[in-house]
Design a protein. Structure first.
Length: 277
């Protein structure tokens, strides 16, 4: 049970895969996933574009169709990015940090520069005291320069080309919506959690609607982790597998739920290919 990913947390291009096995069952060796783990998986979630991988894993989307949708999504988001100088800022704040107030002042700064209807908002909720803020470059530069004022311990620009998961991505909505209308979407065979609200997908129309909405909505990953691991006190956590390059989602899980993280393993998607060679 847990995250699917294939990219760094914070950007708009996350992705990958994970599955869960109740404790007490035979444990898979580190770096591999046994058929038993896959068969007994109880839930999946994907970070940003990784949500498509989670839905493929859960049987809701066909692999080829999902890949085509991801291609259209990526191209449309890139085109939207080129329209406005924008980006994403990874922020680790102190407890006193007020992200909404900081974004408000950054937007006011942009307005003083003559930018109409500026964008600066939280686009990714990673773990307590860690956010990604996205919007106009001028707003993000303002926040970097005034990091101490807003109680930011760290404010680092991410190597991405645009303000993903904000309304600056609105031009990408229609192309993705059109593709998803042409793709057959099934009800998932297991629970898949949405980035948009941190809740389980209910049916195919729900999936279609929220995958489109996700493009312009913040990724509620911290909230999703709370939903995934919510259970009665005393209930043991299942194993969690992060599938794909890097283990950033495991690092986030450690910050969100240390007890669940103790049952976490990372599976690199390249390991099987290397063994085959």
């Amino acid at each position: 049970e847990g995250p699917r990913r294939a990219g760094g947390p914070g950007g708009g291009r996350g992705g990958g895969g994970a599955s869960g096995l109740p404790r007490g069952a035979a444990e898979a060796p580190l770096g591999s996933v046994s058929p038993q783990v896959v068969e007994r998986c109880v839930a999946a979630a994907g970070y940003s574009v990784g949500e498509f991988a989670a839905l493929v894993f859960a049987g809701a989307l066909g692999f080829a169709e999902a890949l085509y949708a991801v291609k259209v999504r990526a191209e449309a988001m890139q085109k939207a990015s080129e329209a406005v100088p924008s980006g994403m800022l990874s922020v680790v704040g102190r407890r006193e940090a007020n992200y909404k107030f900081a974004c408000l002042e950054a937007r006011k700064h942009c307005e003083s520069l003559g930018i109409e209807n500026p964008v600066c908002t939280v686009s990714n909720y990673l773990f307590p005291d860690s956010r990604v803020i996205a919007g106009h470059l001028q707003a993000l530069e303002f926040l970097q320069e005034n990091a101490r004022k807003y109680y930011f311990k760290r404010a680092k620009m991410l190597p991405v080309s645009g303000a993903f998961h904000t309304r600056l991505m609105e031009p990408a909505v229609e192309p993705l919506a059109e593709v998803l209308k042409s793709i057959e979407i099934q009800k998932p065979l297991l629970c898949v959690y949405s980035n948009v609200d941190g809740k389980k997908y209910m049916h195919s129309k729900h999936i279609q609607k929220l995958l489109v909405k996700q493009v312009v909505s913040p990724v509620l990953w911290e909230q999703t982790m709370h939903s995934v691991y919510e259970r009665k006190q005393g209930t043991e956590f299942p194993y969690t597998y992060e599938v794909g390059p890097g283990n950033q989602l495991g690092a986030i899980l450690k910050q969100c739920n240390l007890k669940a993280w103790k049952q976490y393993k990372h599976v690199d998607d390249l390991e099987d290919e290397e063994e085959a060679e």
